[in-house]
Ligand binder design. Structure first.
Ligand code: DAH
Length: 356
């Protein structure tokens, strides 16, 4: 009979007492810990003569291995049980109502959603492009050649990669999405492209990253009055006022001809801006008829097709509509600011429901 019958039956008895990871750990220490039963028996082996030592060590090692195997298997079994328990107790019921107390929608996201809702209703679709753009799409294809002064005005961030031997850039405006979209899709085109833009500028009225939304319409009949009608519809809808005053000032952009900047009328009441009243003017966007060179660059025949484009700053729209005075606060991630200016996550802007 084995010398180790006692410990074997003790092991069997203790095994049946293991019910969770804690008792399993106790079990392990009880037998395999420094002062555990098996470890002590191992130490005793040194007092035996060589033959007995060899034989008993073999027996003891078999017992030790079986304890190790039990601990390993039981650990896996108990961990699995714990995981199953957790999965059932922490399951997520997706049909439960959203807890609108948790987090808010950032004004930039809110305004982008509002802009999409309005232009969506006017049959525009949403186009996207990458934030790291080729110099060609950001400038050259938009009729802004290498030495064009407009390139300086954009304070471009260049990145450490290149396309056709020209460094890539962080797009300085959303206008390159026009190029990508016209290369992909034949007219008629009606798109808006909201997204992040970047310029090397940082002061009270500029942040190195900001958001714009681009608009582009290409077909064979659009003209300046369509552009004006479209922008007027948008601005009235966005500022939720029928009395919006709007004026077009001649301007210059390389990618449009003629080009204009649009101002809206406002008055100041205390610290508040009231859009649609008063005799003061605020610049709100740039626009114009797409330059024939831009159409040629994307293989669209300017004798057959024409169209208009516009671009505006999302933060600026948000500041005017929601009375936010400092641009930089948009990106401070101050939770108090987010809570104050943020929007409920359950009110999705729509023209049928509420825009804001
Ligand atoms: N890309 C111009 C800017 O960032 C804005 C702009 C002006 C866009 C006129 C247009 C446009 O599409 O027609 O300043």
């Amino acid at each position: 009979m084995s010398k180790y019958k006692n410990i074997e039956s003790l092991i069997e008895k203790k095994k049946s007492e293991v019910s969770d990871l804690d008792t399993l750990e106790k079990f392990r220490l009880n037998f395999l810990g420094k002062k555990g039963e098996i470890s002590l028996l191992m130490k005793e082996l040194s007092q035996l003569d060589a033959d007995a030592r060899k034989q008993q060590a073999e027996e003891l090692n078999i017992i030790k291995d079986s304890v190790l195997k039990f601990v390993k298997d039981k650990t896996a079994e108990l961990q699995n049980e714990a995981m199953q328990g957790q999965l059932t107790s922490e399951s997520l019921d997706l049909s439960l109502p959203v807890n609108s107390q948790n987090g808010t929608i950032h004004p930039v996201t809110q305004v982008i959603e509002e802009v999409i809702a309005i232009f969506g209703d006017l049959d525009f679709f949403v186009a996207e492009g990458p934030e790291v753009e080729t110099d060609y799409n950001n400038f050259t294809a938009l009729n802004t050649s290498e030495h064009h002064p407009a390139r300086q005005m954009h304070d471009t961030f260049y990145v450490n990669s290149s396309t056709d031997n020209m460094p890539n850039v962080l797009r300085t405006h959303t206008s390159p999405v026009q190029i990508r979209s016209m290369l992909k899709q034949k007219p008629p085109i009606r798109l808006i492209a909201p997204g992040k833009t970047f310029r090397r500028d940082d002061d009270q009225t500029h942040t190195p990253m900001f958001h714009q939304v681009e608009g582009l319409v290409i077909d064979n009949e659009s003209n300046m009055s369509h552009l004006k009608g479209c922008l007027e519809t948008f601005l009235k809808s966005f500022f939720e006022t029928d009395s919006l005053k709007m004026r077009f000032r001649p301007s210059h952009f390389p990618f449009t001809e003629p080009s204009a900047e649009v101002d809206i009328g406002y008055k100041k009441k205390g610290n508040q801006l009231i859009i649609g009243e008063g005799d003061d003017w605020l610049e709100i966007l740039g626009c114009g008829m797409v330059h024939p060179n831009v159409l040629k660059n994307v293989n669209i025949n300017p004798d057959e097709y024409q169209g208009y484009a516009f671009g505006m700053g999302i933060e600026r729209l948000a500041m005017l509509k929601y009375g936010i005075s400092d641009l930089r606060t948009f990106f401070d991630n101050d939770l108090r600011w987010n809570k104050h200016y943020g929007f409920s996550s359950i009110n999705i802007p729509s023209l049928i429901g509420d825009l804001s």
